[in-house]
Ligand binder design. Structure first.
Ligand code: SF4
Length: 608
């Protein structure tokens, strides 16, 4: 099976059974890999009664057909399960080196079922796997865990995906961490891992991915590499990291401030990628096979950190501008704390900022926060809250449930900036109307990882797919562009390709063809993306999603009085009407029509 290792490793933690399962070739051909293929498998395994934190919720670690090949920026992997944060489809993808190493170890994916009676970790090496005791690792940070496992196995090159105390304590937005701060952050996959008492997965291997046409593949990989190197956006990413765009984002009102209630925060410029380069930056680094190297290394003397990961754009906003914090050293430290505890920085920062907002509004007071006075711009109280969340101590126990539940507790659910339970990413939809639709219809909630339309709105069009840039505040005609972009990104998330690398789409599709020998065209690639999008929708409807969940919270529908979005609010309901029509979904239920399912070859999803 060219392009694939041809098998999954299936581990049942309840009885310790470990076995290889050949890939389902029909599923692979129609859903490719990554989150697309994982969703097809999971569709057969979960329903509305599946407890996200119960043994019956399977956890998938998946690679794609380009993972571990010479195709540039394709070293990512994805973790999928029913999300404990949203109760819907959960998905978090991550860079680093774990995905390629899992393939070198002989597997396209690892499926973890059941629940272990005691903490364990899974070791996989060249087609062999074993469960090992992990009681001595329980309670350790994600960095300590990786080091200890490498020492124990006597192999510096073992790649470890693990949870920290947050995952162990079932924090609903716990992340899975690997390598130097690479996070599979969103939708609480770390909590699912913790519920199974699976501390880590350690992979190592020496196998190669077989390619249908290795020569053509190598030529295409060179083409892709050249295109990525020539791209001005990737050059900026290399020089200043993802936080390099912060100043521009703030100017547009894209970067949120004061929990999405303030239109501008000029001091935020102290957190930008260029400010980082002038102050705490010590170097940059890359995920497997990536020429961009957007990751930052920083030194934070003030907090005793001789080297740690520099905060990315999402983190400088979630732990910086959102909290009116402009001390870059403090934000880097707070990001480091989240990584070490194994917490998603977006949901963590947003839940903490929500608590600050409720405090400011007088909805909660020191009696709720264990005496903490929550004042904007105070890194000490944020650090305390991160620790309280990770260990579920005091007020942290409530925050660990996510913003939606915090809002519910205080009769302020409408004020929590979340969609379907997932805290909204750091691109304000008032700055770009397409993002309103992206968040409202994303299968995982308020995420920018199902479609990064904000980049299209800023001029990064994909002309071959008729994905065009128009006025950022315009709503008319946005739905078809958003739908096409979601389909394309679903296909990318199946491959799995980093969103920051954008070689010509034809090259991407041909890479798949030369790896597998299938000769996939652009139209088929888009049809595969659309099929995956609709499958995730069908699964969510089965898990309890309703049409009225396609919405934005009240705070994001209030116009701001100043800044780059002054007075602008997208008319989401009008955009949704157009969106359902374009998608072929019933406007009353939000469900794909039978005609649409038939067209996508998904008619059987209603029977399963
Ligand atoms: S662009 Fe950055 S996040 Fe993407 S693969 Fe490269 S180094 Fe990793």
């Amino acid at each position: 099976m060219n392009g694939y290792m041809g098998k999954l490793l299936v581990v049942d933690l309840s009885n310790g059974k470990i076995e290889d399962e050949p890939l389902n070739e029909d599923y692979v051909r129609r859903f490719i890999g990554g989150s697309g293929l994982a969703c097809r498998y999971i569709y057969d395994m979960v329903d509305a009664d599946t407890d996200p934190l119960g043994p019956e919720n399977p956890l998938f670690f998946m690679a794609g057909p380009l993972t571990g090949t010479r195709a540039p920026s394709c070293g990512r992997f994805v973790i999928c399960a029913r999300s404990p944060l949203t109760d819907l489809w959960g998905e978090a993808n991550s860079g680093g080196f774990f995905g390629p190493e899992m393939r070198f170890a002989g597997y396209d994916g690892i499926v973890v079922k059941g629940q272990s009676p005691e903490p364990v970790y899974l070791r996989v090496e060249d087609g062999r796997a074993e469960l090992r005791r992990a009681s001595h690792l329980w309670g350790k940070s994600t960095y300590e865990t990786q080091t200890l496992i490498r020492e124990e196995l006597g192999d510096e090159k073992v790649r470890v995906a693990c949870i920290g105390p947050a995952g162990e304590n079932l924090v609903k937005f716990a992340a899975v961490m690997s390598d130097h701060g690479s996070a599979a952050g969103r939708t609480g996959m770390g909590a699912v891992m913790g519920s199974k008492r699976l501390k880590a997965v350690a992979v190592r291997g020496h196998q190669e991915v077989s390619l249908a046409d290795a020569e053509r593949f190598a030529a295409l990989a060179r083409q892709a590499l050249a295109a990525i190197r020539e791209d001005i956006t990737t050059a900026i990413l290399r020089e200043t990291g993802t936080a390099g765009s912060l100043d521009y984002s703030m100017m547009l009102g894209d970067a949120p401030a004061r929990y999405f209630t303030q239109g501008s925060f000029p001091e935020g410029t102290n957190l930008s990628g260029s400010a980082m380069a002038e102050t705490i930056l010590t170097g940059n680094y890359a995920c497997y096979g990536c020429p961009i190297a957007c990751k930052r290394k920083v030194k934070v003397d003030k907090y005793g950190l001789s080297e740690t990961k520099g905060p990315e754009y999402e983190t400088v906003c979630a732990l910086g501008t959102l909290l009116l914090l402009d001390d870059l050293a403090a934000v880097a430290y707070l990001g480091h704390l989240c990584d070490a505890y194994g917490l998603d920085t977006i949901s963590t920062g947003s839940a903490i900022a929500f608590a600050h907002y409720l405090f400011e509004q007088g909805i909660i007071g020191p009696e709720e926060t264990n005496g903490l006075e929550l004042r904007w711009g105070d890194p000490d109280s944020v650090a305390k809250l991160i620790e309280m969340i990770a260990h579920r101590r005091g007020f942290g126990d409530l925050l660990a449930e996510g913003s939606r539940l915090v809002g519910r507790r205080y009769g302020a659910e409408e004020l929590a900036v979340q969609v379907k339970g997932l805290e909204v990413a750091m691109h304000d939809p008032r700055a770009m109307s397409a993002m309103a639709l992206v968040y409202a219809t994303s299968p995982i909630g308020g995420s920018h990882n199902q479609s990064d339309m904000y980049l299209v709105e800023l001029g990064k069009a994909i002309e071959e797919l008729d994905i065009v840039s128009t006025d950022r505040f315009e709503i008319k005609g946005k739905a078809p562009v958003v739908a096409r972009h979601q389909d394309w990104r679903s296909f990318c998330n199946a491959l799995i390709l980093c969103y920051f690398a954008n070689p010509p789409v034809q090259t991407v599709v041909e890479l798949l063809s030369s790896a597998t020998g299938w000769e996939v065209g652009l139209d088929e690639a888009m049809a595969i993306g659309e099929r995956i999008w609709n499958l995730k929708r069908a699964l969510n409807l089965r898990l309890g999603l309703r049409r009225e969940d396609d919405r934005l919270p009240k705070l994001l529908l209030r116009p701001l009085e100043e800044g780059g979005t002054e007075g602008h609010v997208p008319d989401l309901e009008r955009m949704l009407e157009e969106y359902y029509r374009v998608r072929g979904w019933d406007p009353a239920t939000g469900a794909p029509t039978m005609e649409k399912l038939l067209a996508l070859g998904l008619e059987r999803v209603n029977e399963l």
